[in-house]
Structures are given as C-alpha cells and as structure tokens.
Design a protein around this ligand. Structure first.
Ligand SMILES: Cc1ncc(COP(=O)(O)O)c(C=O)c1O
Length: 463
C-alpha cells in the first residue's frame, strides 16, 4: 500500500476520489485499500487477500456478503418496477408491504413509517417532525433537542449537530441552534471514585434534568439516544440508566427518540436495542441492517401520538411538506423486505443469542492484556479500550494514534476492525459462527501483541 503504482486503481482513486472520514494527506501518500469481492464474513482486496470484516462494514452488513436472496430480490424488483415515489398519495406495492412489516415488528406500538435513504436523513427528518409537531400544537418555544456527548446520529447539517463528537462539528460551523448535549453515560470513563454504577446512572439522569430545568422544560422538545452508543466507542448504558432517563422525559413532556440505526434488527440480542434496555420511544429510526446495507434505505417509525398531530397539521396546511425522491424506493424496499424475511426464517435473534456468549467471552479474554483498560459489549457488538496505564486509566495522546496503529496491524493480519477513539470496535455480521468468532479474536490477539511491541519500541509506555 505504501508504493502507489502509476495508473493502478489506487493511483486513480487518489487522483479522483475524495473519501469521507479520511485524512486526505495520508490517502495521497498511502492510497486506499480496495475491496473487490465479499463472501460470508470475508471481504477480498484487489490482490485476493481475505479479511474478516469485524465491523460488518460500517456496522451494517448483518447478513454478510454474497447473500444471493437479496441479489435476486433486487433483480426481480428492478425488472418489475425499478422506481416509484411516495409523494402525493402514491407508492409502490412493495413499499406498502415493508411499512406494514416494520410496524408489525416495532419494539413498541408504532403507527406509521416514513422512508429515507440513510441514517442521517432519517434523523434529519425526525428533527423536522419534532419541530412541526410542536408548532402544530402551538408550543412554538418547545424546540430544543437534547442529544449526548459522544452520541452519533449522522453527518447532515442537522444530524451532525445531534452527533456529539468534536470532529463532526469542528470547522463545519456546527452544531446548529437548538441542539444541546448532555453527559455521556460511560461508567468506566466518567464514573467518580467510589460511585456505584447505580449512583452513576442516577447522576446522569439528574444532570439531564438539571439541563432541562436550566433551559426551561417548555423549550425542550425531544431527547435522542442510541441504545448502545456505536461510533462514540461502543458504550453500553449503565444498569437502570434508561429507566431513570425516561422518568425525567415523561415528567417534562419530552419526546423520546431511539436511534436504532446500529442496534436495530438483532444486534444486541433482541430485535431492537429498545427491547434490550426497556425503552419506550415515541420515534424510532432504523437503517443499516434494515437491508443488510445491500441498498440504501432507512426508516422513521412514529407512534400514534406524533402521527395524529402531523396528520392534522398537514390537513390544515394542505401538505406534509417533506419527502425525498428516493423515499420508499421499490428496489431498496424489496431488498429490505427480503432481509426481514431472512431474519424471520433463520431466526436471527436466536442466532445472535446462540453465538453472543462466545463473542463476549473471547473479547473479555483481553481484559488482562497490559494495553487493555476495559472490555465492554452486549450481543454481537463490543469494544476493547486501549489505555496507556491500566491502573490510572490514562489514555494515549491522540497524536500517538494507538487505535490507528492497532487497526493497521490487524489489517495486515487479515482482520478489519476500527478504533472508536481508543476503543477497538467489533460488530461482525450477525451470521458469524462460533469458529469464525474464535478466528477473528485469534487475529486480533496477534494484532494487539504487535501493537504492544510497537508501543514499547516507541517508548510510549514505561518499559
Ligand atoms: C447510530 C447511528 N445513527 C445514524 C447514523 C448515520 O447513518 P448514515 O451513515 O447512514 O447517514 C449512524 C452511522 O453510523 C449511526 O451509527
């Protein structure tokens, strides 16, 4: 990868393509890793080298690569009706079926589904719905939305504002007005000395309430949360957290939005993360595993309380003035519908529950490693947090690039994993077998040992 051959795919990529979430200077120097094929949990680069996709791409290819039924579903729908839209009381038959199916499996009673193409668009749509809802109710001040530090909700102007990570705001002039961030509920990082997990959860809820009271409850419209925070570092909520948070929300008449873009469709060992953590949201967003990411599709589910207000207001105005060209695209909907059928037929939730103990056990074996501060996870998602000092929990300086270095060693060993801050994340396709999980962590063990040797060579820790 260091030597970019003239006229190679890598050279052409460097010449013509601006990548998201990439250091463009490093991309020019080193070039990209180019994948050409995928099968099961493996992807293959242009030289035929195989990698275990430990992240299911971007937490998304739940059925792995090369699922023929999804390919066939797309082809069938392409031939039948490749495009239709959902504006002005029109739709396609398969979009109707998908909406019905989603309402049928929603974690709590939901009334309607709105379709978009990405998680960011879904969350953007939610912000607009929440504002529209409160305007319709005459609560014109009730507009602020509270998200969390380290929450991840997308990158469009509004959804990036919800995202609570510095790089998504810095030099983009974000966040926009009316978006607030409350504490990140990471007990290992932010728990105080001698504070129990239960006390920490209570402090998180108290802090949220303090923010609401200081802003004025009549100005707070909604609270958004991922059941398990993904890009912020795979942060599993402390016990009791969502129960306490929801009490605060109910007290102040604040809508609850669950961002199930990663957790939805089995990841945490239930169909939805909301079920794992006993959340009762008014609005749920899904994407990624909805179609196993074979085609872009996302959805917003809203309950009857929200829908009834939107319906009446659109009647009053004459239209619900929002909609994307690709909302409910029939080919994407057909692939999503087939994905949900596969989940049902193969009982994906049971499959996750069957292999998750192996995944969690194998991951937790790293807890004793000198570089590992915390191992955390639930179902088939987890992270191994790397620290400079196990006792004090001190992190490496960001410029030391510990996670990037670990990813690089793992990549050489045929494993794709990514560092979320200093948490090495694992979120493999849900179809992974126990033997494949063991192989994934065998490769990670070698990568971590290589990092440990590198850290000592570089003098980043006391020898
Ligand atoms: C929880 C969550 N919400 C929203 C998004 C944004 O989705 P997209 O990248 O499809 O816009 C992501 C993407 O990783 C996510 O993890």
């Amino acid at each position: 990868m260091n030597q970019i051959k003239p006229n190679s795919l890598a050279a052409r990529d460097v010449a013509y393509h601006l990548h998201g979430y990439t250091n463009a200077v490093r991309q020019e120097q080193e070039g990209p890793l180019i994948m050409t094929e995928g099968k099961g949990i493996y992807v293959y680069d242009e030289n035929g080298k195989a990698y275990i996709e430990g992240m299911a791409g971007l937490w998304c290819t739940s059925l792995g690569f090369g699922e023929e039924r999804l390919v066939d579903a797309a082809i069938r729908q392409m031939k039948k009706l490749p495009y239709y839209h959902t504006f002005s009381q029109k739709t396609s038959s398969v979009t109707v079926e998908l909406a019905e199916k989603l309402i049928g499996i929603a974690p709590v009673p939901m009334s309607k589904v709105y379709f978009a193409s990405s998680g960011s668009e879904a969350n953007d749509t939610v912000i607009k719905m929440v504002w529209y809802y409160n305007n319709a109710l005459g609560r014109t001040k009730k507009k602020k939305i509270i998200s969390r530090q380290k929450g991840y909700h997308g990158v469009t102007v509004a959804s990036a504002s919800l995202t609570g990570l510095p790089n998504n705001h810095r030099d983009f002039d974000l966040p926009i007005a009316n978006i607030l961030h409350t504490d990140c509920p990471h007990y290992y990082r932010y728990g105080q000395e001698s504070e129990t997990e239960a006390q920490f959860a209570q402090r998180m809820a108290d802090s949220l309430e303090k923010l609401i009271l200081s802003e004025g409850p009549d100005t707070i419209a909604a609270f958004i949360a991922e059941p398990v925070m993904g890009a912020g570092g795979v942060i599993v909520p402390p016990a009791g957290y969502f129960d306490l948070i929801q009490r605060v929300l109910r007290k102040h008449d604040i809508l609850f939005i669950a961002d199930e873009v990663i957790c939805g469709f089995g990841r945490t060992g239930n169909m939805f993360g909301s079920q794992t953590y006993k959340m009762t949201p008014d609005i749920v967003t899904v994407a990624k595993a909805l179609s196993s990411s074979y085609l872009p599709i996302s959805a917003v589910m809203i309950n009857e309380k929200v829908y009834a207000v939107l319906r009446d207001n659109s009647g009053k105005i004459g239209v619900f003035g929002h909609g994307y060209t690709y909302s409910g695209n029939p080919v994407c909907a057909a692939v999503a519908l087939e994905t949900l059928k596969i989940y049902e037929e193969r009982n994906i939730v049971d499959q996750v529950r069957r292999v998750a103990p192996t995944f969690q056990r194998e991951m937790r074996r790293f807890a004793d490693h000198p570089l590992v501060g915390e191992v955390r996870g639930v179902g088939l998602i987890g992270a191994i947090e790397l620290v400079k000092n196990k006792q004090t929990r001190e992190s490496f300086a960001p410029q030391q690039g510990i996670a990037a270095q670990t990813s690089k060693f793992c990549q050489e060993l045929g494993l794709i994993t990514r560092g979320m801050a200093d948490g090495m994340a694992f979120c493999p396709p849900l179809i992974i077998t126990e033997a494949e999980i063991e192989e994934m962590f065998r490769r990670f063990a070698k990568g971590l040992d290589a990092t440990w040797a590198w850290v000592r060579e570089q003098g980043l820790v006391a020898a």
